[in-house]
Design a protein around this ligand. Structure first.
Ligand SMILES: *Cc1c(COP(=O)(O)O)cnc(C)c1O
Length: 410
């Protein structure tokens, strides 16, 4: 489906029928798109022993995790809870890469017991890990290569002031701890941020890892993280994944020769796998004309999709109910009592109150970042799978808001 097309249907299932059947707001995912994105990555990196560790924080619904597994993927988790959801989805501990930031040794011990690969990103905890396990549990080290990447300061995590990873400038300190405890370093990792566009940025990071890797004797893999950029609107430049795959694979094979052993290449795509598969369908509650702007107030907002407010993210929006209507300019806003703009100055086919609108690229960091702010309920999730729309998460109900509140006799 090209970006300019109004996404009226997925696998022959009309989005309007999904809205009618399941109500709005509702997140809808296209199984075929998720599977094809994974196949594309597998094809792009076909020259090397590849493991795709889907970054589950992008979209954690257990059915999505099962689809990734079916397509030959594995998973990256950032919390013990995500690790446990992966196990519920049928992954084995060894399929899970655990890449936390700022967690306690206590949580790390729980994840060791679950069998996941631990990826550590600070020296004090590496030291604690050494004291606890010595060389009995393999471990990976997250390196911060200090490469600038990513389209937005909030998603670029490789810069010098970033909290992520152990600075490449502290390699000597890492080696000291590794030698002191005879640590079994199974892999080196980097994840420099989202919206990486080209092979050059990837290669810059890769070269830092290649150089560092020569200091470690027992590596099994190098993990280059996620961050491939996907298209949000017509004309967007997206990562040329075939080109990145080709160049990074060649450099990797060259490195393996030098290293003297064949290693695995791991990737951790989140957005690339699920962003384009997802649609958030909302309903226009009000169309409000002011002297300057016509606002469309919808039955959703930053409580369901925070990306526009948090990252200035652009999401295409179409009118499902009046697709051929005359194009008019609108500001699409949420119903949250907070500045809650989903889109500004946007051309959309004429909207009447009650129309269904669809917000695209809602698969990644949509429901997984949703909240109950303003005591609003979180939406249902629907998966279009084998040509049918299936409910994969119930819409929340009022009682869910009170569920954990302990009511005192006041
Ligand atoms: C968030 C994250 C990813 C995925 O990033 P995308 O931009 O969604 O591809 C990969 N690895 C780690 C460690 C992450 O924290």
């Amino acid at each position: 489906m090209s970006l300019s097309q109004n996404p009226i249907s997925i696998q022959g299932v009309s989005l309007e029928s999904v809205a009618n059947e399941f109500g709005t707001p509702v997140y809808v995912y296209d199984e075929e798109k998720i599977t094809s994105q994974i196949k594309t990555l597998q094809a792009a990196f076909s020259k090397v022993p590849l493991k795709i560790k889907y970054a589950t924080k992008a979209l954690t619904n257990i059915n999505i995790l099962k689809l990734v597994k079916k397509a030959g993927g594995e998973v990256d988790a950032v919390s013990v809870e995500e690790v446990r959801i992966c196990l519920e989805a049928g992954y084995e501990g060894k399929d899970v890469m655990y890449t936390p930031n700022g967690v306690s040794m206590d949580e790390i011990k729980q994840v060791v017991a679950l069998g996941a690969m631990i990826n550590l990103d600070n020296i004090p905890v590496l030291e604690q890990f050494g004291q606890e396990y010595g060389n009995s549990v393999p471990v990976c080290i997250r390196i911060n290569p200090h490469i600038m990447a990513g389209g937005n300061a909030k998603i670029s995590v490789g810069h010098i002031a970033s909290k992520f990873g152990i600075s490449i400038h502290q390699l000597d300190e890492i080696l000291e701890v590794v030698n002191k405890y005879d640590l079994q370093i199974a892999g080196l990792h980097l994840h420099t941020g989202s919206d990486i566009l080209d092979a050059e940025v990837f290669l810059k990071g890769a070269n830092v890892l290649f150089e560092a890797a020569m200091q470690f004797k027992d590596l099994k893999f190098l993990d280059f993280g996620g961050g491939f950029k996907v298209g949000y609107k017509e004309g967007d430049v997206v990562t040329d994944i075939m080109n990145v795959g080709d160049k990074v694979s060649d450099a990797f094979l060259e490195f393996c020769k030098k290293y003297g052993r064949d290693l695995e290449l791991w990737l951790e795509p989140g957005k690339f796998v699920v962003s384009e598969s997802g649609y958030l369908i909302v309903q226009a509650n009000v169309v409000k004309k002011t002297p300057q702007i016509t606002f469309i107030g919808v039955n959703s907002g930053l409580n369901h999709l925070i990306r526009p407010m948090m990252y200035d993210a652009y999401h295409s929006i179409y009118n499902l109910s009046n697709p051929e209507g005359e194009l008019k300019k609108y500001n699409v806003v949420g119903y949250i009592c907070e500045t809650d703009t989903i889109a500004s100055d946007r051309e959309i086919a004429e909207v009447k109150m009650g129309d269904f609108l669809v917000i695209k690229n809602a698969g990644a960091y949509g429901i997984s970042m949703a909240s109950n702010y303003n005591s609003r309920l979180r939406p249902a999730e629907v998966l279009v799978w084998e040509g049918k729309a299936k409910l994969i998460r119930k819409r929340e109900e009022f009682q869910d808001l009170l569920h954990n509140q302990v009511i005192l006799d006041i």
